[in-house]
Design a binder for this molecule. Structure first.
Ligand code: BG6
Length: 478
């Protein structure tokens, strides 16, 4: 649908940017921090580890000052569980607590709304060693960790996100450090962990509403709307299956407090259904989020399965590249979409479709907690980073977001990935997303100097004009 004049973004719109603790902070073992699964993960050859990353831990005031210069209204970041409680469920580490007070205070002083993710892929290693999320001890540990966060930061933080991309930790557990197992054993374990995370999330949402009645809390899955390859009903059914397994399982459990029936049937069929204890379903049903956050990079496209090994395509398979599952669906390329330098398809219209699908399904306000372009940015001879390709990407997505507003979708804010360059989940530092460039290479830390990229000036102007300047060229540097 076209509109003569799409609406302006609301005055209160949370124009922000995102990061996560283990990808941006560095200082991996400083000031009492315990190891997380990310500190012991095996890195793909040629990619750096998470020990220093952007060294945000030691640049926090400088980084917040740059965000203020950019005009950000919100900053979505995660709190490292192992800084607050180094072994996951033992004693609280005062130095870790103090670090996030510093960050949150600096943000508030700069007029930037903190949006806190409580868990972003960095499970305490001590809890991983006792079975991770499949062990109820981890669930209890997360609830106590949440209690500490609500007590410490509850008067300063209004927006809370429970778990980042739970669906990706289940669908790509090997890559994201959720499991070390293989085959059927991995799948059974992952879906038991999944159930543990759902319970933990439900209990934490309930706790948040009890302790902080003014606060808002919600989940943050990665949602990629799934298209059928054609109008062949078998393709449409395959897309419906993957939409359920990849997307709706997670959002239905958070909002409706129950398992999606088709996905439950799929789990039973595979022998992967989690063990449910007495009271679990009541806990899940008792919790409700105030909003739905989601990370959007692209859509997925699938065809009907052929039922043999060819259903699993040979592409690597990650958060945004669907491989396929024998007998269920086959991941295929979408010939209508361009790709970024890392093979991810770019689909701005799919962003609007995803907004509409989520809104139609739940009628809860939506918050975009990630969207962005990974690229090989370079510091140019003039000392600047000319990332016009990122501006194009953001422009196209923001235009579609505005059309989603026109469609009647309630949108709270937009926090692209990422505020500053950081280490990608599995493709190192050279895959950059930031508005702010960090002067380091994959292994050479150089001087870690910060340089605002062209996109940061363009985005700053967009925020100042409430989105009206979306089609303007990059403003002159100021
Ligand atoms: C999301 C994650 O999957 O996508 C982030 O929440 C991640 O942690 C981002 O960095 C981009 O993915 P990648 O693999 O390019 O780092």
């Amino acid at each position: 649908m076209q509109y003569r004049q799409p609406p302006s973004f609301p005055e209160t719109f949370l124009w922000g940017a995102s990061t996560s603790a283990y990808q941006v902070e560095g200082a991996w073992d400083e000031d009492g921090k315990g190891p997380s699964v990310q500190d012991v993960i095996t890195h793909p050859e040629g990619t750096t580890d998470f020990k220093v990353t952007a060294d945000h831990y030691h640049h926090v005031e400088e980084d917040v000052a740059l965000m203020k210069q950019m005009g950000l209204r919100a900053y979505r970041f995660s709190i490292a569980w192992t800084r607050i409680i180094p072994d996951g469920d033992g004693k609280v580490n005062p130095a870790g607590v103090a670090f996030y007070h510093r960050l949150i205070d600096a943000l508030r002083a700069a007029g930037i709304e903190p949006i806190v993710t409580m868990y972003h892929f960095d499970l305490p290693q001590a809890l991983q060693e006792v079975g991770g999320w499949a062990n109820r001890r981890t669930v209890d540990g997360f609830v106590e960790f949440a209690r500490v966060l609500f007590n410490e930061y509850g008067t300063k933080v209004r927006y809370w996100l429970t778990i980042n991309e739970q669906n990706m930790m289940i669908l790509h557990g090997k890559m994201l450090g959720t499991t070390l197992l293989d085959g059927d054993a991995a799948q059974r374990d992952l879906y038991q962990q999944n159930h543990g995370m759902f319970l933990a999330q439900a209990r934490v949402m309930i706790l948040c509403h009890e302790m902080l009645p003014e606060a808002k809390i919600g989940p943050a899955p990665n949602i990629a709307y799934v298209y059928p390859q054609s109008c062949d009903p078998a393709d449409v059914l395959a897309a419906d299956d993957l939409n359920a397994i990849r997307n709706w399982l997670y959002t239905d459990l958070a909002v409706r407090g129950r398992y999606h029936s088709t996905v439950w049937a799929y789990l039973v069929e595979k022998g992967w259904e989690p063990k449910i204890q007495e009271g679990d379903m009541e806990t899940l049903a008792a919790a409700r989020p105030d909003f739905l956050a989601f990370n959007y990079y692209t859509t997925a496209t699938v065809a009907a399965p052929t039922g043999d090994a060819s259903d699993e395509s040979t592409r690597p398979g990650d958060q945004q590249m669907t491989r396929g599952e024998i007998g269920l669906y086959k991941g295929v390329d979408n010939p209508n979409l361009p790709r970024n330098a890392f093979g991810w398809e770019i689909d701005p219209i799919g962003f609007r479709t995803t907004f509409r699908a989520l809104w139609d399904r739940y009628h809860l306000p939506l918050l975009v907690t990630e969207n962005g372009l990974g690229a090989f940015d370079q510091l140019a001879d003039d000392g600047r980073v000319h990332d016009d390709y990122r501006i194009d990407y953001l422009r196209q997505h923001i235009e579609q977001m505005r059309l989603a507003l026109a469609d009647g979708v309630e949108i709270l804010g937009y926090c692209p990935w990422s505020a500053i360059d950081l280490v990608s989940t599995h493709q190192g530092f050279r895959k950059r997303y930031g508005f702010i460039f960090v002067n380091r290479d994959e292994f050479d830390l150089k001087d870690l100097r910060r340089v605002r990229k062209d996109s940061s000036y363009w985005y700053g102007r967009l925020i100042a004009t409430r989105g009206e300047s979306v089609n303007e060229a990059t403003p002159e540097y100021t």
